[in-house]
Write a protein that binds this ligand. Structure first.
Ligand code: ADP
Length: 561
């Protein structure tokens, strides 16, 4: 059986480990799911930022999207003078100038002089007249060595597969090289001066809000930032001040607006926040379940331990009882044997054998009674025969019967009843056992010759029977435990007293099965009082049959000695 117990615990532990493992996996997958969601969200936002920069780039090309369809031979031959610029090119430039994005548009031939020195003539487009005319009065940025020069360089470095090549001078201008891809020749340059106010306030800022939402609820804050001047040009959340520490991701504009970039801070997106809350909730539930599981396991372990120790005590009890039964039996046997063979004729010896047999039979009977009590208390309500009982005559009768026993144990028993008490409904044999056990304990745990008091009194509808002694007493911390099966107060005073810790548990069971209650009051070294309470059968008061039945009783009875 022993080895099976270990197998049982092994499987239980295995089950617990399996549940723990499963729960751990669950938590991990929930966490991974959440992380994945966060990752996806961040990736998605990064894609959106890239997409935004591409759209800005497309926006610049849109007004000049027809340039690549031009016949560059025709364009080249028309670039003799501003008045001769071909209609197709003029029409495209005219459409572009209507677009708010460009404030001025200039045209230059391939051998652009303005590239080399500021102030050399350029052809400026006049929207009101619908034509180009030569001018030397233009903004520095048109010929600051970056615009057309850079475009010429780039167009030369790159191949000539395309009929246009677009280069940006940061956020100031856009230069388009017109290329004749047939003979790989640049025929001229168009220079568009960018209207910064339109670009930022009318296009990029509203588009930022359109794409990423306003405020922090969207889960992201975007700043359009001029990193050269550390200046925020536009933002999706004007209340959130820009700080480099808050930036989680930076997206540059591909080959345009070099001084600017998009900076992003990821905030609590409602979706992510909901997922985090659900993760936290799940974790809390799982933790709760784990605690319950571990608690149940620990509880089962404790119960098993208790059962084991109870079983051990039970077998010890059986062994002791058998031994205790054998002792008086062997005395009786020996005395009986000596008497039966007729050799003993001496009167004194005969008397001594007789008293041995008598006393040991009494002891044996007493022990059998205790054993029967155990069986009775284990059987709960089986064989319960309740009877209306008047405690006073019952107790007198009991003490009379016990006279010899009490005398042999050298105790003074006082019965005291303050007033007539009503009848109670009890099984009298149970009441007998209750008294036996309580009085036995009072005898066992008091010095010889000490007084034991029995008191019967009533409070309201309850009749109480109190058994008090002036013995060793019980420390307060054990008051609740002494009613448990096999519990004994293990100290120097009880060490010399025989017992199995069953008496009080039997008393409690018997009292309970008769509908009563038991309580203890005790002080170490001073004595103990056990009170058993039962409800009275009738309502008791003046004029009641009970009161008529009983005359006022007030007596102190000396039961022995
Ligand atoms: P047992 O007396 O066989 O040990 P009980 O169940 O009758 O078992 O009592 C349990 C414990 O309560 C005893 O071991 C003892 O320590 C304590 N006890 C019971 N009655 C008394 C008493 N009248 N005075 C002091 N201690 C008592």
């Amino acid at each position: 059986m022993q080895q099976y117990r270990y197998v049982r615990w092994f499987f239980l532990a295995l089950g617990l480990v399996a549940v723990l493992g499963l729960t751990g996996m669950n938590v991990y997958s929930l966490y991974a799911l959440h992380e994945n969601k966060v990752q996806n969200y961040v990736e998605n936002q990064k894609q959106q930022m890239l997409e935004y920069t591409n759209q800005v780039r497309t926006r610049f090309r849109y007004p000049v999207r027809h340039l690549w369809q031009l016949d560059m031979e025709q364009v080249k031959s028309s670039l003799q003078s501003p008045e001769m610029v071909c209609k197709n090119l003029t029409a495209i430039v005219d459409e572009a100038v209507q677009d708010g994005l460009f404030s001025e548009i200039y045209l230059s031939t391939a051998d652009c002089e303005a590239c080399d020195h500021f102030g050399a003539p350029l052809w400026k487009y006049h929207a009101s007249e619908g034509r180009f005319s030569e001018t030397t009065n233009y903004n520095q940025l048109v010929s600051d060595g970056l615009g057309i020069t850079q475009t010429r360089m780039n167009a030369l470095i790159q191949d000539y597969r395309w009929s246009t090549r677009v280069i940006f001078d940061t956020q100031n201008s856009m230069t388009v090289a017109l290329i004749n891809s047939a003979n790989k020749e640049i025929v001229g340059y168009l220079l568009f001066v960018i209207d910064r106010d339109y670009l930022v306030n009318s296009y990029m800022a509203p588009k930022l809000v359109d794409t990423f939402g306003r405020g922090s609820e969207s889960g992201i804050i975007i700043w359009l930032h001029d990193w050269t001047k550390n200046e925020v040009l536009a933002t999706t959340h004007p209340d959130a001040p820009y700080s480099y520490q808050n930036v989680d991701f930076i997206q540059n504009f591909p080959d345009l607006l070099n001084d600017w970039n998009l900076k992003a801070a990821f905030t609590a997106n409602p979706d992510i926040a909901a997922s985090r809350a659900s993760l936290t909730r799940n974790l809390a539930v799982l933790a709760g379940a784990m605690i319950l599981l571990l608690g149940a396991f620990a509880f089962m372990f404790l119960i098993a331990q208790r059962e084991r120790s109870l079983a051990q005590r039970q077998s010890l009890f059986l062994a002791n009882v058998t031994h205790e039964l054998k002792t008086p039996l062997s005395v009786i046997l020996a005395a009986g044997e000596n008497l039966s063979d007729g050799r003993v004729t001496d009167v004194n010896r005969l008397k001594s054998y007789g008293s041995h047999i008598y006393n040991e039979s009494l002891r044996l009977g007493h022990m059998i009674d205790r054993l029967l009590d155990v069986a009775k208390s284990d059987n709960h309500n089986a064989g319960l025969q309740k009877k209306e009982t008047d405690l006073v005559p019952f107790l007198r009768n009991y003490l009379e019967k016990k006279h010899d026993y009490l005398e042999s144990h050298d105790v003074n028993v006082h019965l005291q009843t303050d007033e007539p008490v009503p009848d109670i409904l009890v099984d009298q044999s149970d009441l007998h056992s209750i008294l036996d056990n309580l009085i036995d304990n009072a005898i066992k745990y008091s010095p010889k010759g000490k007084k034991i008091e029995l008191r019967i009194y009533r409070t309201d509808q309850l009749v109480s029977l109190e058994v008090s002694d002036y013995g060793i007493g019980i420390p307060k911390e054990f008051h609740k435990l002494i009613f448990n099966k096999f519990f004994r107060v293990e100290d120097a005073l009880t060490a010399h007293t025989k017992g199995h810790g069953l008496g009080l548990s039997i008393v409690k069971d018997l009292v309970t099965r008769n509908g009563g209650e038991i309580a203890v009051e005790s002080t170490k070294g001073k004595g103990s009082a056990f009170t058993v309470k039962f409800s009275s059968v009738h309502v008791f008061g003046n004029g009641n049959t009970d009161s008529q039945k009983k005359s006022k009783q007030q007596e102190t009875e000396h039961a022995s000695k």
